[in-house]
Design a protein around this ligand. Structure first.
Ligand SMILES: [Zn+2]
Length: 199
């Protein structure tokens, strides 16, 4: 499908109208949309913990509809299908697979904390684990020395993000090892994490 046809196609799906649960009522649309949303510039974070999609009236203009992602903690997040067609994120799959590998290290770090508290403002709500040296710098360093980088991936069975194939296990293990020895983690509240410098 070319870009124009793609826009038309997903606009039609959106304009079928109000729907509380695409996964229950319009399964095929649901899976097509999840595939499309993997091209969102904020993927994989954008799709993290998504369990359903709903369609509601656009709050700013009731003439239009909007897609909303429903997360497993009941949080709702709007998503633009146009963003997924016009500004695709080319490194999304490798990034998501690399992030998947280090999930256990992140949760081990969280468990090791005496108390979940923001190291900048002492807030104890919505604590997230942050890479002091940005994740993408670690990734760049790691990938620089690699002669082989996987370029095809498996799909996470529940959350539908890219994960490494079994044949790339050695690559994944080397990355985990690298991350374990080089990543410096800290706990930040959501607000401090959002407002931290991203360079
Ligand atoms: Zn804070």
């Amino acid at each position: 499908m070319n870009k124009k046809a793609k826009i038309k196609h997903f606009k039609e799906i959106l304009n079928k109208g109000l729907c509380k649960s695409l996964i229950k009522e319009r399964k095929q649309d649901y899976y097509e949309l999840i595939e499309l949303f993997k091209n969102h510039p904020d993927y994989p974070d954008k799709l993290h913990n998504v369990i359903d999609i709903k369609i509601e009236k656009n709050p700013r203009n009731k003439k239009y509809f909007t897609f909303y992602l429903i997360k497993n903690d009941k949080n709702i997040d709007s998503i633009s299908y146009l963003n997924c067609i016009n500004k695709p994120n080319l490194n999304k799959n490798i990034n998501s697979a690399l992030r998947d590998c280090i999930n256990t290290q992140i949760s081990d770090f969280r468990k090791s904390l005496k108390e979940e508290k923001c190291v900048l403002c002492n807030n104890t709500k919505d604590i997230q684990i942050d890479h002091i040296v940005l994740f993408r710098y670690l990734v760049d360093d790691f990938l620089t020395n690699k002669t082989y980088i996987p370029n095809s991936f498996d799909d996470h069975p529940i959350y539908h993000y890219a994960i490494f194939k079994q044949k790339d296990k050695q690559f994944a293990d080397e990355w985990c090892e690298y991350h374990l020895h080089n990543a410096k983690l800290r706990s930040l509240c959501k607000k401090c994490n959002l407002t931290r410098s991203k360079v």
